[in-house]
Design a protein around this ligand. Structure first.
Ligand SMILES: Nc1ncnc2c1ncn2[C@@H]1O[C@H](COP(=O)(O)OP(=O)(O)OP(=O)(O)O)[C@@H](O)[C@H]1O
Length: 491
């Protein structure tokens, strides 16, 4: 298996050289570009496994490049490197599709670990501080089972609501298996346009279709020897399901437009946030594939059903994100802890993760208060829920933000909050993005209410495919919107 290839995008020559050398020493293959524009040229020349890009570059910024990469190369992971003062932007970028971010300056090992976590090339294991949190008896039982499951080579189907931790569990299984030194390759079947998913999974030969300028191995080939995670498998169309079934039965793959068969030794894990048995009954998912994938089914309960996990997870995420944002000594105040325990968590751990990141941007002093978490806002507060706004990052000991800042950036536009005074945008495009997203979400909710929850009809009304609607609804759940509650309200 070829070593993963990383594209470094950095305009500063010395820093670029340092990044390239660091990754080469860690046995990655590296290509480089001095600007966003050059990076796109480089990508057109041939595929890479991951892009690591600076944010602040003359011309095309890292954010602009991210938007292009998401459009042209869906599924290609991209990590941003940001300066301390722009952390809130980087956090927002994570919510629009960046896989991770690093804050300058960082130790070489931090870069290697962050890249390794995504492309899984080296033998370095994740540090124990990154081990999953499991304090509630329900979660403890699940991880005990996962350890046993890891020892076998069976296919595992992990089900659970969006954001419960299905990918975390899948990585845990891989890391505790005999394949842990081999690649772990994850692919989100819902995030890739239908017409590209086959080529991304199975690879393609040069000239297989318009724009196929070079032969590219698929995710199955990249995972050879290791584990592949087929995330949100329910979103795969029936035609591709048949091809996947054949690959699983025959343990070999043929690239699109190719004739050669390539033998595979890949363990397959899959996740779903739907009831796949229902999908089978409705004829949306092949029964034979369902049984082949569900050899060992595992289920993550929603976060609200495992309350003993909430605070340990919050503390864990606080440590993790503080480290990343180079903050120290930030703790959760008593009212924040209470608010975390009382919340319903429709978006599960991902919502908690977002709330903690948001609070780390908004808090004043060393203690996070309940209002910094911006919980309980529903659809009316989407501005703050949708993305961490481009407010200056407040650090313990640094100048406090205005007293009303949290309320304003959380989306509370009530009369008491002088929004204009504090929301004078540091970056107008970011607040425009928030506003557009808030409106989009509101239109989707209104249409679904009018159509009494019938998604196909709503998608038709909205002029988008049912698949795109599903993707947007999943995104809304991740932002903490309780769709059931929203849809239960009368128009
Ligand atoms: N037990 C856990 N310990 C630590 N972090 C966790 C745990 N569970 C979830 N997380 C964090 O919560 C976020 C969501 O987790 P993950 O991506 O695994 O959820 P998911 O169920 O796969 O989501 P989706 O259905 O949207 O794909 C991630 O940032 C992850 O690191």
């Amino acid at each position: 298996m070829a070593r993963p290839q990383i594209l470094i995008v950095e305009d500063d020559h010395d820093l670029r050289e340092a990044l390239v050398t660091t990754l080469e020493l860690a046995r990655f293959r590296v290509r480089e570009a001095a600007s966003g524009e050059k990076a796109l040229e480089e990508l057109a020349r041939g595929p890479v496994d991951m892009v690591v890009s600076d944010v602040n570059m003359p011309g095309m910024s890292g954010h602009d490049l991210l938007a292009e990469v998401l459009k042209k190369y869906p599924g290609l992971p991209m990590m941003l490197i940001t300066a301390y003062g722009q952390i809130s932007d980087a956090v927002s970028a994570m919510q629009t599709g960046a896989i991770d971010y690093l804050v300058k300056p960082f130790e070489p090992q931090v870069l290697v670990e962050a890249v390794d976590k995504v492309v899984g090339a080296t033998v370095s294991r994740r540090r124990s501080s990154d081990d999953p949190v499991a304090e509630d008896p329900i979660s403890k039982r699940l991880f005990q089972l996962a350890k046993k499951v890891a020892a076998s080579d069976s296919t595992v189907m992990i089900s659970g609501e969006s954001g419960t931790g299905k990918e975390v569990l899948a990585r845990f299984i891989h890391q505790n298996s005999s394949r842990s030194d081999q690649p772990f390759v994850a692919i989100n079947c819902a995030a890739i346009p239908e017409n590209m998913l086959e080529a991304i999974l199975f690879g393609h030969e040069k000239g297989a279709f318009t724009g196929a300028h070079a032969s590219v191995p698929g995710k199955f080939e990249q995972a050879n020897g290791g584990t592949i995670l087929l995330d949100e498998i329910s979103e795969m169309d029936l035609g591709l399901q048949s091809k996947l079934l054949r690959v699983l039965q025959e343990r070999e793959v043929e690239r699109v437009g190719g004739r050669r068969t390539i033998s595979l030794d890949v363990r397959v894990l899959a996740t779903t946030n739907r009831d796949l048995a229902d999908y089978v009954r409705e004829g949306k998912f092949r029964e034979d594939l369902y049984y082949r994938l569900s050899v060992l089914p595992m289920h993550w309960h929603p976060l609200r059903d495992r309350p003993k996990d909430i605070l340990p997870l919050a503390e864990h995420l606080l440590r993790q994100h503080s480290r990343k944002m180079k903050l120290s000594g930030i703790t959760l105040g008593a009212n924040a802890r209470q608010a975390l325990e009382n919340h319903r968590w429709p978006g599960n751990v991902r919502e908690l993760d977002n709330a903690i990141q948001r609070a780390l941007v908004l808090h004043q002093g060393a203690e996070i208060q309940a209002e910094d978490l911006c919980l309980d806002m529903g659809i009316t507060g989407l501005g703050g829920v949708a993305a961490v706004p481009a407010a200056p990052a407040a650090q313990a000991g640094s100048a406090p933000m205005e007293a009303t800042a949290s309320a304003a950036v959380c989306g509370d536009t009530g009369a008491t909050a002088p929004v204009a005074a504090v929301s004078e945008p540091a970056d107008e495009s970011a607040s425009l993005g928030d506003e557009i997203r808030r409106r989009e979400f509101r239109i989707i909710i209104d249409t679904l209410r009018r159509e009494r929850g019938r998604r196909n009809r709503a998608a038709e009304q909205l002029g988008i495919s049912p698949r795109t609607l599903r993707y947007k609804l999943a995104q809304m759940r991740d932002f903490g919107i309780d769709l059931d509650a929203e849809l239960a309200m009368a128009v």
